[in-house]
Design a protein around this ligand. Structure first.
Ligand code: FAD
Length: 281
């Protein structure tokens, strides 16, 4: 890997679409607090099955209007080729040039897979329909996607997304940098050598982190878990410890020359700002 200098390390910020007018106002303020860090772009998550799709587009429009590049996440589970085509045309008409292309997860009780089974099929379809118009980001799982048969099969699924035309990968968050480095090496050996940008989850709330990590298959190392448990409800200690852990992780990744950092902001500016300040970014 090549070394990046701290000041040139590209940053991106992920938001979720707010559900209420108050949430929208709060997110507008959060973005204004984060923009001085100079993100390359901001991405906005997308709920499979229609839960947040309008909100995704509204938030993307707001970011573009504020003068920053924005990428909607777009998941294909439950979708038809016709509905994806229509959505891509809308994105193009709105001046969107980046997409985070995902399979997604269906909310429980929601119907079948639709006409796309895997994200690689979505990436191939986007390229078929729109050529090189979109810069396509895909998901990568250094600790394996929780539904994968085994790490080798998951790596092959990742390689298929790259071969279908992905430009960049964003990883699921992790706390063990070796898993990331190994994934990047193995992917490159398998012929998938696009940039793999680590996804960074600030640690601010232990019960929420444990819940998310169980659901998405991200491992919380025992030494982190036991300390978080030991802090109980002491938020200040959790946040101070979380900041130290994540700054160390980012520093290690930066020293190894990662192509950027993608922050899962959880629609909060404070933790990301604190991490970037400590890193001198
Ligand atoms: P895929 O790459 O299709 O993989 C899904 C599973 O299928 C994996 O287990 C893979 O190993 C397997 N697989 C793939 N191809 C094959 C094949 N040919 N044969 C056999 N098995 C195969 N979810 C949302 O709903 N909205 C979001 O906005 C969102 N944003 C995300 C952003 C990032 C950066 C990440 C890392 C995840 C995000 N997710 C989001 C979660 C994601 O949708 C889920 O993890 C989902 O279960 C998988 O999506 P994928 O695009 O990785 O799917």
């Amino acid at each position: 890997m090549t070394q990046s200098s701290s000041s040139s390390l590209p940053l991106s910020f992920e938001f979720f679409p707010p559900k209420t007018p108050e949430g929208a106002d709060k997110l507008t303020a959060v973005r204004q607090q984060l923009y001085p860090l100079g993100p390359e772009y901001c991405s906005v998550t997308y709920g499979a099955g229609g839960t947040t799709q309008d909100g995704t587009l509204q938030t993307v429009r707001a970011i573009l209007a504020e003068g920053f590049d924005a990428a909607p996440h777009f998941s294909c589970i439950g979708a038809t080729r016709a509905s994806v085509r229509e959505q891509l045309q809308q994105f193009q008409a709105e001046g969107i040039r980046r997409i985070v292309a995902l399979r997604g997860d269906l909310p429980s009780g929601y119907g079948g897979f639709g006409e796309f089974r895997y994200a690689s099929e979505l990436v191939a379809f986007i390229r078929e329909e729109t050529g090189r118009h979109f810069h396509i980001e895909v998901a990568a799982y250094p600790e394996m996607h929780p539904q994968a048969r085994n790490p080798q099969a998951d790596l092959q699924a990742y390689v298929a997304k790259v071969q279908a035309g992905a430009d960049v990968a964003l990883t699921q968050y992790f706390f063990n940098s070796d898993a990331y480095f190994r994934f990047v090496d193995e992917a490159a050996k398998a012929g998938a050598d696009i940039p793999v940008v680590p996804g960074i989850m600030p640690i601010t709330n232990s019960s929420q982190l444990m819940r998310f990590s169980d659901a998405c298959g991200a491992e919380i190392p025992r030494w982190i878990r036991t300390r978080l448990e030991g802090f109980g409800d002491d938020k200040a200690s959790i946040q101070a410890f979380g900041l130290e852990v994540i700054v160390d992780l980012c520093d290690q990744l930066r020293c190894a020359g990662v192509p950027g950092l993608h922050f899962y902001t959880m629609n909060q500016s404070g933790p990301v700002k604190a991490i970037c300040e400590q890193l001198g970014l």
